[in-house]
Design a protein. Structure first.
Length: 388
């Protein structure tokens, strides 16, 4: 099981804090946006006397409201095509375990969400990465790259839209390219849409909106980022493929049920008006612009402008991202402060890639982002392994 590139440096951050150094956490997608009070109120006012198991697919009342939510974003499903999961993580696991056998292969454009790799290892599945480039802002690789990677053991393609870790927003045209590939080769398309509400340079187009491929699509979703409720551990596994749904239900039954209070809170969140997202989206946009502007103003640093989510990938003049990120916490401080980043090596499946790239999560306010960028600018001047 691979170590998490996001969490493996936590002991060094804790040690820095014990020394009295302030650490700006740009390493993990933990928003500081307040969780909607309607979610807390629903739990407080639930008057639950026995915290029972729910249906293995999740509470029917919540699944019905989820179907209404999806309809509002252009995705037509019914509540019996939804399985409530323990976070988006379990939805990814259910997808791998339901649609692939041990030894099968899944194609994922890299850099990709590091935990896809972990879930693949747990399922005995091989990840075949195809590389997207920072020069193109991490756009979808050409169809030829997919065709070259497909073997008799290939069963699925995984995308995250908008993307974690790059922030890239896949266009409808790119989604149509993926449609043609999965139809030609009879593959599944797993679409992780955790950041659907946070698109800045275009409109989100869901894989579930593709026509004529209902049996090929699995949507993986979560409330974690949408409502800044990472600790609720509520996600969703959505498919119109009845056989896939029935298979995933066996795994859902094996783990009994998703979290009870999390479902109560998440069901209440659906009652929020669409305008609720205006404020957090505007805030993330402001943070994105601050971060990208500061990064690109630094000598020999390049950061493409992300179209969605709240992550950015930057190329730095460094010899080794893992060493640099550890050095920031172990050996560097500026005005008794430092910054925690995620080395990009853990987001690539191809060995050797990402050595001079880092992922930054713009989940802090702009004052803290500017302070973190001050630290990074100073660090790049002092780092012994600077390359130019």
């Amino acid at each position: 099981m691979p170590a998490s590139p996001i969490r493996k440096l936590v002991p060094f951050a804790e040690a820095a804090k014990k020394k009295g150094t302030r650490v700006y956490h740009l390493n993990i997608g933990q928003p500081d946006i307040e969780t909607p009070s309607i979610m807390f109120d629903a739990v407080k006012n639930s008057h639950v006397r026995v915290l029972e198991y729910s249906h293995s697919a999740g509470n029917e009342s919540y699944r019905r409201k989820l179907a209404d939510y999806y309809a509002k974003v252009g995705v037509k499903v019914n509540h019996n095509q939804i399985i409530v999961t323990t976070g988006g993580s379990e939805a990814i696991q259910f997808g791998f375990l339901s649609c692939l056998d041990a030894g099968d292969e899944v194609i994922i454009p890299e850099p990709f969400y590091a935990n896809y790799n972990g879930f693949a290892v747990a399922a005995g599945v091989t990840v075949k990465p195809i590389t997207s480039s920072i020069e193109t802002g991490f756009a979808l690789p050409p169809m030829e790259a997919f065709e070259k990677a497909i073997t008799p053991r290939t069963r699925a393609i995984v995308i995250c839209n908008p993307n974690n870790p790059t922030g890239y927003l896949y266009s409808r045209d790119e989604m149509e390219i993926l449609k043609s590939i999965i139809l030609k080769h009879n593959l599944f398309l797993f679409s992780d849409e955790a950041y659907r509400e946070f698109c800045y340079t275009g409109t989100h187009f869901s894989a579930m909106q593709l026509e004529g491929v209902d049996d090929h699509i699995v949507l993986m979703d979560t409330v974690s980022k949408r409502y800044s409720a990472c600790g609720a551990r509520i996600g969703a596994f959505v498919t119109r493929n009845q056989q896939v749904h029935d298979t995933a239900m066996k795994f859902a039954q094996a783990r009994l049920s998703p979290p009870g209070f999390g479902q109560i809170a998440s069901e209440a969140a659906i009652d929020l008006p669409a305008s609720y997202f205006d404020e957090p989206k505007a805030e993330y946009l402001k943070r994105r612009d601050t971060l990208v502007s500061r990064l690109n103003s630094m000598k020999d640093v390049f950061c493409p402008n992300p179209g969605g989510a709240f992550y950015a990938m930057a190329r730095l003049p460094i010899d080794d991202a893992d060493k640099f990120c550890q050095w920031l916490l172990e050996s560097f401080s500026y005005k008794n402060q430092t910054v925690m980043l995620a080395p990009a090596t853990g987001f690539y499946g191809t060995p050797g890639l990402g050595k001079n790239e880092v992922r930054l999560a713009y989940v802090l306010n702009t004052t803290d982002i500017n302070a973190a960028m001050d630290c990074l600018e100073q660090a790049l001047q002092q780092y012994p392994g600077r390359t130019n």
